[in-house]
Ligand binder design. Structure first.
Ligand SMILES: *[C@@H]1O[C@H](CO)[C@@H](O)[C@H](O)[C@H]1NC(C)=O
Ligand SMILES: *[C@@H]1O[C@H](CO)[C@@H](O)[C@H](O)[C@H]1NC(C)=O
Ligand SMILES: *[C@@H]1O[C@H](CO)[C@@H](O)[C@H](O)[C@H]1NC(C)=O
Ligand SMILES: *[C@@H]1O[C@H](CO)[C@@H](O)[C@H](O)[C@H]1NC(C)=O
Ligand SMILES: *[C@@H]1O[C@H](CO)[C@@H](O)[C@H](O)[C@H]1NC(C)=O
Ligand SMILES: *[C@@H]1O[C@H](CO)[C@@H](O)[C@H](O)[C@H]1NC(C)=O
Ligand SMILES: *[C@@H]1O[C@H](CO)[C@@H](O)[C@H](O)[C@H]1NC(C)=O
Ligand SMILES: *[C@@H]1O[C@H](CO)[C@@H](O)[C@H](O)[C@H]1NC(C)=O
Ligand SMILES: *[C@@H]1O[C@H](CO)[C@@H](O)[C@H](O)[C@H]1NC(C)=O
Length: 894
């Protein structure tokens, strides 16, 4: 419950408060008639379901009106009668209709804040706003404003804070803004502004924070602007700026955030940068900057982000960086840096990304890596690093990704690496590693990519490594010997062992090119003494290899069409397999019985089948096109099937459901998937009696995010799933999530690929990104939106649409209305988790969810960023960065 404060005796205030409590969120009727002297209405962070008090205009002495984060909808009433108003804060609501221009008649206004009301009709700032001679704060960000920034804005010299971000503003930044002598905050990011940054901004002697990022600005960064002695935050990222970074910034005593990434800046960074001020963020990635890195960047001891990737920096890493213990992200990849890497860099205690890839670094990987207790990603690829990989790396237990490929590393792969239980990627290819492969690697339960190709590895491929299948494994081009483990062949991964001349296969594989020799004692290996089984396995193996090769050589038709076989009996199947097949189709067909049915989907029936091998599979049966004149619905199902098979068949990721194979006959088609014993996330979250604790929910969130990030960012042609929702997330025996149901997924072949047919209903109500209302363009940001909804469900335990959210309201509105206050946010958390010690983390996740569900797709993070943000939900880390404004975290690349 909010607070009502006014210039009247306290006891009246108390009466009023209790009145409001009783009416559970609604205004008591006649507030203003009974309290005509009311001076302030502060009801921020409440759900006021009945909107403004109906007798508001009887509050004629009202000075403050603060209904921010109140879930208000509809039109803003004409407020021009409330002549005493000096403060209006209606930020973060869902108003629609016309912007209440009438407020410009309220000449006493000092503060106007309509931040984040994206539902207004497009409007322009009228020149009459200059009547507001006392106005100090004007925040109109994300209010659907369009047109140019009018030059007479320079007449509003009382302004201290001017924020017009997130609108559709075009044209140049008027030079007259330089006349706003009191201005401290100028926020114009996320617009379509063009032209040069006027030199006159250098006249804003009180300026503290300037952000004009994400526009189309050209020309140079004015030196006079950079010389402003109070400028603490300068963000101009994602523009088209050229020229140098002014040296004046090196003299600043207050500069803390400098974010200039994504421009065409050249020359060197000011050599003094950070010497006189405490830098927190330095992000100049993706420019054409050269020369040396500033050696004092961390002199203030508070630097969290040092991001200079994708430039032309040369020389060595300053030794001073090795003492920069505050660093969280250290990324200098894609430059021309050389010399050896100072030992302390590897051991930065809080860093969670160390990215030095694509440079010319020599020397070794220091043992100090064992001190990097928070490190999640170590990228050193494409350098000249030599020596052995120190076993101490296994002490950096938070490592998720290690990429040391394309270096000159030699010696053994330390078997201790197996204790890195979070490890997802281990890329050691293109080095000179020369030991045997430690069998312990099979303990890496989270591993998804293991690439050991192009080294000098010897010995056998440990059988146990096949536990890691179906992940991506690559042992090619080494000096390995002995038999190729059978599962590798069965999964069609024979190419992963090519280039090892002493490897052999247990039976003859005709199709393999170059062929591998037969092992000295062909055939029977332990545990496989049944000749029949070998025969079947052999058939399928060869088939699998054939198909793998077929796919490998770029043939597209994965589903073999049926049309040419009109008289085939219905039990004749074409089989397309993508993974190991330890069963045959007859076994499956015979088990398609009523009592094995576990569900009916929109497109078919789902069975759970226990195979004689003891394994369980899920089988989806879809009816084939049976008639000569198929209905549009049948055609659609065919298309859906094809999409599912083509997309899923080519994907291997631990968080994406495995499609083993596809049988197709005259009558129906069968898709055989891995069976997920814990059902779907919707049931696990919302069914009575089921309970997921927070660590499990967080693991589920981050698993889904990794699966989606893989689809969006790791494939040659990104895949958009388009129907992410809790019922499409399946849970395996360890509650590891797997994304399923790719029926309407879309492969983005080229940028801007458009869905031609708008008639197909895509996605699910409650999870659909708002841009679908006016466009059927499939983008990865649509999945990000739906994922945001799933995150909210995970934290709140609520469904996307619940009656309690109110009419036409959904979980997103509900969550954002709660997030304004700590109590509100706490209240949004699933009651089942109320005892949990991780509540701060949960609120942080809700913040991420809100970003994912921004109305504007451009403001949503990418799935890669989401993975990192979820990774970062370690309260201790957030304490450090928590001092930034929200948008500052958004303004960091890498
Ligand atoms: C309105 O209320 C919110 C929540 O109490 C507060 O954060 C905000 O600063 C207030 N607005 C103004 C302009 O004071
Ligand atoms: C304002 O108060 C007067 C008298 O108290 C009442 O007659 C009138 O209806 C009220 N106006 C509104 C808009 O409620
Ligand atoms: C402002 O007040 C004037 C005179 O009272 C009136 O004519 C005008 O329509 C008002 N403007 C707006 C935008 O309400
Ligand atoms: C702004 O100020 C200039 C000069 O003082 C004046 O000529 C002009 O009319 C003003 N414009 C507005 C819209 O107030
Ligand atoms: C503002 O800056 C411009 C260019 O930097 C300069 O020509 C002009 O005289 C300045 N105006 C004032 C009022 O200082
Ligand atoms: C930095 O400050 C020094 C000392 O005040 C001054 O001599 C120098 O010109 C300044 N450099 C720049 C680029 O403004
Ligand atoms: C690093 O590169 C610079 C040229 O950019 C060269 O002068 C220097 O000798 C190189 N240092 C090492 C250690 O290779
Ligand atoms: C990670 O960093 C935080 C501070 O940012 C620190 O308190 C915490 O101990 C670190 N975690 C580990 C495992 O070292
Ligand atoms: C392993 O790395 C090599 C060299 O970088 C690459 O060509 C190959 O595709 C990778 N293997 C897999 C399975 O991704």
């Amino acid at each position: 419950m909010g607070e009502i404060a006014f210039g009247l005796p306290q006891w009246i205030a108390l009466i009023l408060l209790s009145l409001i409590r009783q009416s559970s969120g609604d205004f008591p009727s006649g507030v203003c008639s009974s309290l005509p002297m009311l001076r302030a209405l502060r009801l921020a962070d409440n759900d006021i379901s009945n909107g403004f008090p109906e007798d508001l205009f009887n509050c004629s002495f009202l000075g403050e009106l603060n209904f921010s984060h109140s879930g208000l909808t509809g039109a803003v009433p004409d407020l021009s009668q409330l002549q005493s108003l000096h403060m209006i804060d209606l930020s973060n609501n869902f108003f629609t209709g016309e912007f209440p221009i009438s407020i410009i008649n309220l000449t006493n206004l000092e503060v106007v804040n309509f931040n984040e009301n994206p539902g207004f009709d497009l409007w322009r700032l009228p020149d009459t706003i200059t009547q507001l001679k006392k106005l100090e704060v004007l925040i109109l960000s994300t209010t659907s404003m369009r047109g140019e920034i009018p030059p007479w804005i320079g007449n509003m010299t009382s302004l201290i804070d001017l924020e017009l971000s997130g609108n559709s503003l075009v044209g140049q930044i008027p030079a007259t803004i330089g006349k706003l002598e009191n201005l401290q905050f100028l926020e114009l990011y996320y617009n379509h502004l063009s032209g040069e940054i006027p030199d006159e901004l250098g006249n804003l002697t009180r300026l503290v924070d300037l952000d004009m990022s994400e526009n189309y600005l050209t020309g140079r960064i004015p030196e006079k602007l950079c010389a402003l002695s109070g400028l603490g935050v300068l963000q101009l990222y994602s523009n088209r700026l050229t020229g140098g970074v002014p040296r004046e910034l090196g003299n600043s005593t207050v500069l803390s955030i400098l974010s200039l990434y994504g421009n065409f800046l050249t020359g060197e960074l000011p050599p003094d940068l950070g010497r006189h001020s405490k830098l927190i963020v330095l992000d100049v990635s993706d420019n054409q900057l050269s020369s040396q890195l500033p050696r004092d960047a961390c002199a203030g001891g508070e630097l969290l982000y040092l991001l200079v990737l994708d430039n032309h920096f040369t020389g060595e890493l300053p030794e001073t960086y090795a003492q920069c213990n505050s660093l969280l992200r250290f990324r200098v990849s894609n430059n021309k840096l050389n010399g050896s890497i100072p030992e302390g860099i590897f051991g930065l205690p809080h860093a969670w990304i160390i990215d030095l890839g694509f440079n010319r670094f020599g020397g070794t990987i220091a043992k100090t890596i064992g001190n990097a207790k928070n490190l999640s990603a170590l990228f050193l690829t494409h350098n000249l690093l030599s020596g052995a990989l120190p076993p101490e790396i296994s002490w950096a237990t938070n490592l998720v990704k290690i990429d040391l490929s394309h270096n000159l590393l030699s010696g053994p792969i330390p078997s201790e690496i197996a204790s890195l239980y979070k490890l997802n990627q281990l890329s050691l290819q293109e080095n000179k590693l020369d030991s045997s492969i430690p069998a312990s690697l099979s303990l890496l339960k989270s591993l998804n990519v293991l690439n050991l190709s192009n080294n000098y590895l010897t010995g056998e491929i440990p059988d146990s490594l096949c536990n890691l299948l179906p992940n991506s494994l690559d042992f090619s081009n080494n000096r390995l010997s002995g038999p190729v483990p059978l599962p590798l062949i069965k999964e069609g991964l024979i190419e992963s062992v090519y280039g090892n001349s002493e490897l052999c296969v247990p039976f003859h594989l005709n199709m393999v090119k170059p062929s591998l020799p037969l092992c000295p004692k062909p055939g029977i290996r332990k545990g496989l003494n049944n000749v029949w089984v070998i025969g079947v396995c052999l058939m399928f193996s060869i088939l699998a290899v054939l198909l793998a090769l077929k796919r490998w050589f770029g043939e597209k038709n994965v589903v073999i069409e049926q049309d040419g076989l009109p008289s085939s009996p219905s039990f004749v199947y074409d089989v397309t397999s993508f993974h190991k097949l330890s069963f045959d189709q007859h076994e499956i067909v015979e088990a398609l019985m009523e009592n094995n049915i576990v569900g009916h989907g929109g497109s078919g029936t789902v069975y759970r089948i226990a195979l004689s091998s003891g394994e369980q599979v899920a089988v989806k049966k879809l009816w084939s096109r049976a008639t000569k004149n198929p209905s549009p619905n049948q055609l659609y199902l065919d298309k859906e099937l094809k999409t599912e098979v083509e997309t899923l068949g080519s994907i291997r990721h631990k968080n994406i459901v495995k499609l083993y194979c596809c049988f197709s006959s005259m009558d129906y088609k069968l898709l055989v998937y891995e069976y997920m014993p814990n059902g779907n996330l919707m049931d696990a979250l919302h069914n009575e009696g089921s309970f997921l604790d927070w660590p499990t929910r967080h693991r589920i969130a981050s698993g889904i995010a990794q699966g989606l990030a893989y689809l969006h960012h790791d494939l040659l042609f990104p895949i958009v799933h388009r129907d992410i929702k809790t019922s499409n997330i399946l849970l395996d025996e360890d509650f590891e999530p797997k994304v399923a149901d790719f029926g309407i997924a879309k492969v983005l072949q080229a940028r801007g690929d458009r869905e031609s047919s708008a008639s197909v209903i895509i996605g699910t109500y409650g999870y659909l990104a708002p841009e679908y209302a006016y466009s059927t363009k499939a983008t990865t940001k649509c999945d990000v939106y739906s994922f945001g909804v799933v995150l909210m469900e995970l934290v709140t335990g609520k469904k996307p649409n619940e009656p309690e959210f109110g009419e036409n309201q959904d979980i997103i509105h509900w969550v954002s209305s709660k997030m304004g206050t700590k109590e509100g946010a706490m209240d949004a958390i699933d009651k089942k988790l109320s005892w949990s010690p991780f509540k701060e983390d949960m609120i942080q996740i809700l913040r991420i969810a809100l970003r994912c569900t921004c109305r504007s797709p451009a403001l949503r993070p990418s799935m890669n960023e989401v993975v990192q943000l979820l990774n970062e939900v370690d309260p201790s880390k957030f304490d450090v960065t928590g001092s930034f404004k929200f948008k500052h975290l958004a303004g960091i690349k890498g």
